[in-house]
Design a protein around this ligand. Structure first.
Ligand code: UD1
Ligand code: CA
Length: 449
């Protein structure tokens, strides 16, 4: 039996922000939400979030999550005081309590799972996650008697110079035997530099307490200020990229690439420099994205290339080529083997297979069939100043350079539109449409005196 209590009542003074610290976001998710997510491999009986500073906001931010209970800590008198607030809700609970700092967003679910398993097999009174940090400044130091048995935790500000040399730190992630913890919590004092009730003091009353070292010390990072928030983003990105490279994705200059966590990539995808993949994006095998591309909430098929382009809310089928300098947005569906070229913008448009629009065009609210060729500079005039109107271009049709298609309008199959036309009426299948004034020539114009 495992319950979790997350400490999320503090203001986070060092962030210098109006927003409570745990609501700052890291890669699109709030810190507290990430901490909850780190429990995803555990079968939890209870999920308690301890709120205080702007508690209503924190509650609101978690309102979409199932089964989260909130306990209020009206005055923030320290991490030990925060845990004291759950005593009445957990009265009589027989099991273990995981206590997690709300500002430790980088924990992997596997690490928590191992921590709990170790705690339960060894039947410890408490097991805490520790790490040996190259620079332990600011963290509580963990002192052990051989065999990873913890004797004390001393906060950075309470350490003397010799104690500060200890690089083994407390990550603020603990698994407790709840009954034993409940007996120790009332014993906490405020005998420390900050005159707060420190949770770490319970170590003095519990036995045995075991230190469990994280395999990757970067997971234990806590966030106290904006610099640490930004460093955490780098750690998260490095982790995401390492995982994708292990899964068969090639990255050229990875430090210039960013990838959101929900992105899904297949093996043999190639990501070139300055590429950013965001939101709910998937990229299928053989595709080459970048250099210099942004793909957001889009599904990219196999063997597609996207060069110096922006693609948002779009579906792109196999073998299509996009860019350089194309912009697809707002619900585009591009068929197989299409070509979208220089300075082409496409919005809310569905396009069949083998259709090309290679230069300088705008297509909005349109439906294009297969094998269409959009000439350079073709524009769908979809907006009359009040409303948007649709354009349909059926299969095999070719528009001449600089043609304007004034919507609503339909071009049938295999239509040819003469260059420079302004098409305002529907055109039948197989027709040539010329919608411009005839060329006039006035001879000897420059010979007149
Ligand atoms: C804490 C630990 C320290 C550890 C470090 C890891 C204590 C005394 N110290 O220090 O040993 O190395 O985390 O990052 O526990 N909070 C409340 N109510 C309070 C005070 C804090 O809910 O009254 C919450 C905060 O919102 C935060 C978490 O507890 O999410 C940790 O508090 P913080 O002040 O950041 O503790 P540290 O000084 O980092
Ligand atoms: Ca902290």
């Amino acid at each position: 039996m495992v319950a979790v209590a997350i400490l999320a009542a503090g203001r986070g003074t060092r962030m210098r922000s109006d927003l409570p610290k745990v609501l700052h976001t890291l890669g699109g998710h709030s810190l507290v939400e990430r901490v909850l997510d780190s429990c995803s491999l555990l079968d939890l009986d209870r999920q308690i979030v301890i709120i205080g500073y702007q508690g209503e906001k924190v509650k609101q931010a978690l309102s979409h999550r199932q089964g989260v209970e909130f306990v209020e800590q009206t005055e923030q008198l320290g991490t030990g005081h925060a845990v004291q607030q759950v005593m009445s809700s957990l009265e009589g609970y027989q099991g273990d309590l995981l206590v997690l700092n709300g500002d430790a967003p980088l924990l992997r679910p596997e690490t928590l799972q191992k921590l709990v398993a170790t705690h339960q097999t060894k039947q410890n009174a408490a097991t805490l996650l520790t790490a040996n940090l190259p620079n332990p400044q600011g963290y509580g130091r963990v002192f052990c008697n051989g065999d990873n048995l913890v004797s004390h935790i001393i906060e950075d500000r309470d350490c003397n110079i010799a104690q500060k040399q200890n690089r083994r730190v407390n990550a603020g992630i603990y698994c407790f035997n709840w009954q034993k913890l409940a007996e120790s919590l009332p014993k906490l004092s405020t005998d420390n530099d900050q005159q707060e009730y420190y949770l770490t003091e319970v170590v003095d009353y519990l036995n045995p307490v075991m230190a469990f070292d994280a395999e990757d010390f970067r997971e234990t990072r806590g966030i106290n200020d904006r610099q640490q928030l930004s460093a955490a983003y780098d750690i998260l990105q490095a982790r995401i990229k390492e995982d994708w490279m292990k899964a068969g994705v090639t990255m050229i200059d990875p430090s210039s690439i960013t990838i959101d966590e929900d992105v899904q990539l297949e093996p043999d995808v190639i990501l070139e420099p300055q590429t950013h993949l965001r939101g709910n994006t998937t990229i299928a095998t053989g595709s080459r994205i970048g250099p210099g591309s942004l793909i957001e909430n889009s599904q990219i098929g196999t063997n597609v290339s996207v060069l110096y382009s922006v693609v948002t809310d779009a579906e792109v089928a196999a073998n299509s080529r996009i860019g350089p300098y194309s912009h697809l947005r707002g619900g585009v569906k591009l068929g197989e083997s299409c070509r979208v070229g220089n300075f082409v913008e496409i919005k809310k448009t569905t396009i069949g297979a083998n259709t090309n629009m290679a230069h300088l065009s705008y297509l909005g609210d349109a439906t294009l069939g297969d094998n269409v060729n959009i000439g350079a500079g073709t524009i769908t005039a979809n907006y009359d100043g009040k409303q948007k109107h649709p354009t349909t271009i059926k299969q095999g049709t070719k528009t001449g350079s600089n043609s304007v298609l004034v919507a609503p309008v339909t071009l049938g199959e295999n239509v040819t539109v003469a260059a420079g036309s302004v098409v305002t009426q529907n055109v039948n299948d197989n027709a040539l449409v010329v919608a411009r004034s005839r060329q006039k020539e006035i001879p000897n114009w420059n010979d007149q005196e």
